[in-house]
Design a protein around this ligand. Structure first.
Ligand code: NAD
Length: 325
């Protein structure tokens, strides 16, 4: 592929999704330098990017996205900046909502301003389908109004509104992506799939919020990375939903994982107090990006055994388990 970008800046590049995106961009843009910024919160870990971090083409900066003085100069010659850094766990957003506003809204805004100051040509901001709020029937389209229902999704929606305005003010090439629940290896054990797997490894039950009937769509992090690469290669701008066709009730995900572990779901699933508000269903239409030639190829059903295998071998990588890497 013709080398489009000299320098690519990625925030949150040592987190779950960010580590896969950093690897995928490293592989796809073989002559580009990849500058990865990450605060390394509980969810980030340099070990997730061990396959690329020692390359001469990679620079790692440990910094909060809000500490712009620490990284501004590295944006100077970047043609592409991707903002993935975030506080990402909805449950935590009920406990410390201001942390979410700080990183997800103020941090995203500060990063955008630095990109503009440094004349970064293309900016891609990673958002979430949760900004639309609950969708009991049908699909959400990109031009629909956002209606977030928790501090996490509100902080993401607020960032989007700020970022979107710069399209007009500064005529910037800005892309915003709203993705489904993303699955894959390296997801911190706090989300449904990763918690279920690690709990069963430790012979503990899987905690399920409420009655477990909430529905989520699941997209592979590999397909997500391919969507981002496709979007940045051409002169795309605007908002794109990125979704799969595969949805499942939370309880069924837990049951599938019990089956892989050969454990009785009746014994290994417990129901816990529901979130203050728990969206019953999200659903997005991905027609816009599919028209560009993208469609998901991976499948959760097929990938789950491989993911379980990875966690069995690697779960001590997570900071929660206190292991030093
Ligand atoms: N996980 C999903 O299912 C999903 C779905 C749709 C969208 N998203 C979005 O994708 C992005 C990544 O999600 P994830 O699941 O990989 O999250 P994650 O929590 O696994 O990783 C977040 C990363 O951001 C870093 N970070 C946090 N605060 C920071 C700060 N102040 N400054 C610099 N770095 C900071 C962390 O250290 C970590 O490496 C988020 O923007 C999230 O909103 C996630």
């Amino acid at each position: 592929m013709k080398n489009k970008f000299k320098n690519i800046f990625i925030t949150g590049g040592a987190g779950f999704i960010g580590s896969h995106i950093s690897e995928a961009f490293f592989k796809s843009f073989k002559k580009s330098k990849i500058i990865i910024l990450d605060k390394l919160t509980y969810a980030g870990n340099k070990a997730y990017i061990s396959s690329i971090i020692r390359s001469k083409r990679v620079k790692f900066i440990k910094s909060d996205i809000l500490d712009t003085n620490k990284y501004s100069k590295f944006l100077r010659n970047c043609d592409l900046a991707i903002n993935i850094a975030a506080e990402s766990h909805v449950d935590n957003s009920f406990i410390s909502p201001l942390n979410f506003t700080k990183t997800n809204t103020l941090g995203a805004h500060a990063f955008l301003l630095e990109c503009i100051k440094n004349k970064v040509k293309k900016i891609l901001h990673v958002s979430s389908d949760e900004v639309y709020g609950e969708k009991i029937l049908g699909n959400c389209h990109e031009n629909q109004l956002v209606n977030p229902t928790n501090p996490y999704s509100a902080s993401k929606a607020a960032a989007e509104i700020l970022i979107n305005s710069y399209k007009y003010t500064y005529k910037k090439e800005i892309i915003i992506v709203r993705a489904n629940n993303i699955y894959g290896i390296r997801q911190y054990p706090e989300k449904l799939i990763s918690t279920s797997i690690v709990n069963l490894i430790k012979n503990k039950p899987i905690p399920i919020h409420g009655n477990g009937k909430n529905i989520r769509y699941y997209l592979s992090v590999i397909d997500f990375a391919k969507a981002l690469i496709l979007l940045v290669k051409k002169k795309n701008r605007g908002t794109f939903n990125i979704g799969s066709n595969y949805s499942e009730k939370n309880i069924n995900i837990a049951k599938k994982i019990c089956i892989i572990f050969k454990k009785d779901p009746n014994k290994y699933i417990t129901f816990t107090k529901d979130r203050l508000y728990n969206d019953k269903r999200y659903s997005v239409s991905s027609k816009k990006i599919r028209k560009l030639g993208w469609k998901p190829k991976e499948s959760l059903k097929r990938d789950l055994p491989m993911i379980v295998k990875w966690y069995k071998k690697q779960y001590k990588i997570f900071k929660k388990y206190g292991e030093k890497i």
